[in-house]
Design a protein around this ligand. Structure first.
Ligand code: AGP
Length: 609
């Protein structure tokens, strides 16, 4: 998704904005640009491709100013090109804008504007906005923006500056995240927290409909009707280091290795194994609320959806609540049966995924109780859900979600056990057993990570394969889907996750020596079934990489390679089997020289539908 940065203060704006854009790179982009005001002129530098190209432009022709805006573009309207790169100006080069989101009525606006605007210089929806601001401009940028916003339909996070008012930035947000960073004698705007952490941890999360005017020492937030809005300044606990690689080659590898701590942080002060108790501060379900819940919908996208698929086993086996899981982009269009007896849980690391946000709104419109599982404080989804349970993972920069996934699983374990405890569908003894298993997970993950290189040794045999099958059963079937997603999204190798029992209904036709199979074969009630599936693959000349529990003597004779993980209860196993799947994909991607942290075509947070 696009990234926005703005700065006004005593530092060199081009420098601050460029560094901010670097910290937003992980969001995914195809071009970038910066605009500043020098004297009473706009100075703009734009380039296609990576930020290093923009850096060359800035070095070739430096710009020194105390006010500037910048943008990394993830193309929605118009191909990646210098002309379509932001920032965009009006035809008199007086006003310049950066925008994240989609203006749904831009074509209609463009048609109307073309009577006054001789020539549009780009194919973007954004350019219609800046011409409209110019049309409304009468020596007051803030008012011109207010008038413009009333004509826009769609989503936007905007930053606007004007050469005739060089001491202010005007910004606005509707369904696309925008944050104001509060400094000393300087202020910032950005698409997300990580861009501003080196400068400030004091941030204002703008709400939908907010329009703000920012000078170097003042921030005024109003709504579209021009009335003052009071917005809390939140102090972000993350530090800049947490957003850095800390010596790891890639953010993804760092985040894989952070999981013992992030899982523990997510459990901390919430589970009490000795008492068999769960206490999630953020959720104040009353007994009558829980008894009223007739069913649960869990909705998310990609990896978050896979976490939801695991939760189905937990809610149904622990709390005996019928649970459906859906991808958000399907949920909102298939007329789900929703009412006040349905609990809708939306899962989203970023809290900004447009499809998931739309699903949440549909649930609220139908009177459902809503609960979000999020990693970003103050994100749109966390602000609109009735309850939010935060994963305590810190910023996840790698586009491929890893620690957020195990953080989401950790939350689902706690929530399902909490519901089971309140509904008395598990005995206290069972609760204590599961909670003790959960509390041991960080140690077990740490133990496995100490032999991470064994995964790399196996990955080396498979880096040139063109296709993979991932097989799992029961609570590890979603992990087969997740393992396949990890591999395909960062190595561009086609991989498919499948319920192992389905092999004989089609996929087994694919098996030969060129189609390696990753099989999750941890000890479980249906262990023998997955062994049979592995034998079916081997009988047809297939190659099998098994993920099995430590001490499993049988598996080695059935498979070509075995990745051993610490044993745990079957229901708890997904939070551990996720780790080798993440590492396997990572090592193959690195050996292929792919862009692990910013895979092609992908964005960290998909804020458009
Ligand atoms: C997962 O590795 C992908 N990056 C992607 O599928 C991601 O999980 C999905 O876009 C949902 O993002 P969210 O959790 O921020 O809503």
């Amino acid at each position: 998704m696009c990234g926005i940065i703005g700065y006004i203060g005593c530092q060199n704006a081009a420098d601050v904005v460029f560094k901010g854009l670097k910290r937003l790179e992980y969001r995914g982009y195809d071009s970038a640009g910066i605009a500043v005001i020098v004297g009473n002129k706009l100075q703009i530098r734009r380039s296609v491709g990576k930020l290093c190209n923009l850096e060359k432009e800035l070095k070739r022709d430096p710009i020194n100013s105390n006010i500037g805006i910048g943008h990394t573009r993830w193309a929605t309207h118009g191909k990646p090109s210098e002309e379509n790169a932001h920032p965009h100006t009006d035809s008199t080069n007086s006003i310049v804008i950066v925008h994240n989101g989609i203006i749904e009525n831009y074509a209609e606006l463009k048609l109307k504007l073309q009577k006054e605007v001789r020539k549009f210089s780009s194919e973007t929806d954004t350019e219609s906005i800046v011409h409209l601001i110019k049309k409304h401009y009468d020596k007051d940028l803030f008012k011109a923006v207010l008038k413009t916003l009333k004509e826009l339909k769609g989503s936007y996070a905007l930053g606007v500056i004007c050469k005739d008012e060089p001491n202010k930035i005007v910004c606005a947000r509707q369904d696309a995240p925008l944050i104001i960073g509060i400094g000393k004698g300087e202020n910032f705007i950005a698409s997300d927290v990580s861009a501003l952490l080196p400068y400030t941890r004091n941030m204002i999360f703008l709400e939908n409909g907010d329009v703000a005017e920012i000078t170097e020492d003042k921030v005024v937030v109003k709504n579209i009707e021009n009335s003052i809005q009071s917005r809390e300044i939140k102090n972000i606990k993350w530090n800049a280091m947490q957003s850095e690689k800390n010596g790891y080659k890639h953010f993804m590898l760092k985040e894989i290795f952070e999981q013992p701590r992030t899982i523990e942080d997510t459990f901390r002060d919430r589970i009490y194994p000795d008492d068999g108790k769960v206490c999630i501060e953020e959720v104040k379900f009353k007994e009558e609320d829980i008894i009223k819940i007739s069913s649960i919908y869990v909705v998310g996208c990609g990896t978050a959806y896979h976490a939801g698929l695991v939760s189905k086993f937990l809610f149904e086996n622990f709390a005996k609540i019928p649970t459906e899981v859906d991808v958000a982009s399907e949920f909102k269009y298939r007329n789900p049966i929703l009412n006040n007896k349905v609990l809708v849980i939306v899962v989203s690391q970023s809290g900004e995924t447009a499809d998931t946000l739309a699903a949440l709104r549909l649930a609220k419109k139908n009177g459902c109780q809503t609960l979000a599982v999020c990693n970003i404080v103050g994100s749109s989804i966390s602000r609109e859900a009735t309850y939010t349970i935060y994963t305590h993972c810190g910023p996840e920069i790698g586009v491929a979600s890893t620690k957020a996934f195990t953080g989401q699983l950790a939350v689902f374990y706690m929530l399902a056990l909490d519901l089971a405890s309140k509904k008395r569908t598990l005995t206290n003894k069972e609760l204590k057993r599961y909670l003790k298993e959960l509390w041991e997970v960080p140690l077990k993950v740490n133990k496995f990570l100490s032999i991470a290189e064994t995964v790399n040794d196996i990955a080396k045999f498979f880096e040139h394969k063109k296709n993979f099958l991932y097989l799992g059963r029961h609570v590890n079937y979603p992990l087969a889907l997740e393992g396949a997603l990890k591999l395909k999204e960062i190595s561009y190798i086609h991989a498919e996750g499948y319920a192992a029992g389905e092999m004989k209904h089609g996929p087994i036709a694919l098996i030969d020596e060129f189609m390696p199979v990753v099989a999750i074969a941890i000890k479980s009630k249906i262990y023998e079934k997955i062994i049979s599936n592995i034998e079916e693959v081997k009988a047809r000349g297939g190659v099998v990489i098994a993920i099995a529990h430590d001490g499993d003597k049988k598996i080695a004779s059935k498979s070509d390679h075995v990745i051993y993980v610490p044993s745990t209860d079957e229901f708890i196993s997904p939070i551990i089997t996720a780790i080798p799947l993440q590492l396997f994909a990572y090592y193959i991607s690195v050996s292929l020289g792919c862009d692990v942290d910013q895979p092609r075509n992908l964005a960290k947070s998909v804020t458009v539908e």
